[in-house]
Design a protein around this ligand. Structure first.
Ligand SMILES: [Zn+2]
Ligand SMILES: [Zn+2]
Length: 312
């Protein structure tokens, strides 16, 4: 026997939202996920009038879902959404997702642009892994450093000042614990969701899905037939993140809503750390090589690149 949706009291429920006790039909579930993203956007003033938003789209479920949600909820205020994708140069992995992104964007009528590590740094990720000077430099740190720069440059080249990423609530909590266990307290302050402008073009980063459970984003993507890449990155090295992920999921199973409680506490901690003098507002310098914002004389991108140059 099927149960009735507790919102519209009309349709059959397809989902039981354990932490709230609601039963939701397809339509009410989709609406509630989009409403949550909308609320997060306004709560932290993520997008202001006149902003141009670039959505960082990898081809995974979170980023394509983000693009779909923003397209639906911003259609009146911000019709100029653009999808930006970085091609790291990972054979057999990135090609599939580039294809998915291109098709999805053309289906929903959003312009998309791609920039590759090879074009930008003269070095694909495959090549970087082949010639890396030491395996102490992890694949994810090389890739992350290069990808952040590529995304900034792509956004700037499109005239965008806001970069939206698909991080969800689970990612946010995991990141907190990773920083906490690494003793990286200052970094916790950086994660406070109110956007801070950086760089000479005043870029800001936002995470509109950060108050939505990963599980619900998967369900959203499945119900709307959003295609996404299932292939995992061959260089993926996330042992600590995966450990936190599975611990937090088991806790949530026993105590529904515990992730929300954790999220709310983390927000308060992040806000406090952020407002501590010298925590974030340390003097910004300019990289002596590329002239971009940096906390040291040489930025992390130029530093990483120099390791490869020395070697060749
Ligand atoms: Zn309903
Ligand atoms: Zn630099």
């Amino acid at each position: 026997m099927s149960k009735q949706c507790s919102k519209c009291k009309k349709n059959n429920a397809i989902y039981f939202r354990q932490y709230s006790g609601e039963l939701l039909c397809n339509k009410c579930f989709i609406k509630s996920v989009e409403y949550k993203a909308k609320k997060t956007l306004s709560k932290f003033s993520m997008i202001k009038h006149g902003d141009r938003v670039a959505v960082a789209v990898s081809g995974g479920k979170d980023s394509l879902t983000l693009l779909n949600i923003l397209k639906n909820i911003l259609s009146d205020v911000n019709p100029e959404l653009i999808a930006i994708t970085v091609d790291e140069g990972i054979e057999g992995y990135r090609d599939e997702s580039l294809h998915i992104v291109k098709n999805f964007c053309s289906n929903i009528g959003v312009e998309s642009r791609v920039l590759s590590f090879r074009e930008l740094f003269g070095l694909s990720m495959d090549k970087a892994m082949e010639v890396r000077p030491s395996d102490k430099i992890s694949s994810c740190s090389i890739c992350g450093t290069f990808r952040r720069r590529a995304i900034d440059l792509l956004a700037e080249s499109c005239g965008a000042n806001v970069i939206a990423t698909g991080h969800n609530l689970d990612d946010y909590i995991q990141t907190f614990f990773i920083n906490l266990f690494a003793g990286d307290v200052e970094r916790i302050g950086w994660t406070y969701p109110e956007p801070v402008e950086y760089g000479s073009s005043g870029l800001k980063k936002i995470k509109p899905l950060m108050e939505i459970y990963e599980k619900e984003l998967v369900l959203y993507a499945i119900h709307l037939n959003i295609p996404f890449q299932s292939e995992e990155c061959p260089y993926k090295d996330e042992s600590i993140r995966s450990a936190f992920r599975s611990h937090l999921n088991s806790l949530e199973n026993i105590h529904p809503g515990i992730k929300y409680n954790a999220y709310n506490s983390i927000l308060k901690i992040a806000k406090k750390v952020k407002s501590t003098p010298n925590a974030i507002n340390q003097e910004r310098k300019q990289c002596l090589v590329c002239n971009r914002d940096s906390s040291n004389n040489i930025c992390s991108v130029c530093h990483t690149l120099s390791l490869f140059v020395k070697r060749n």
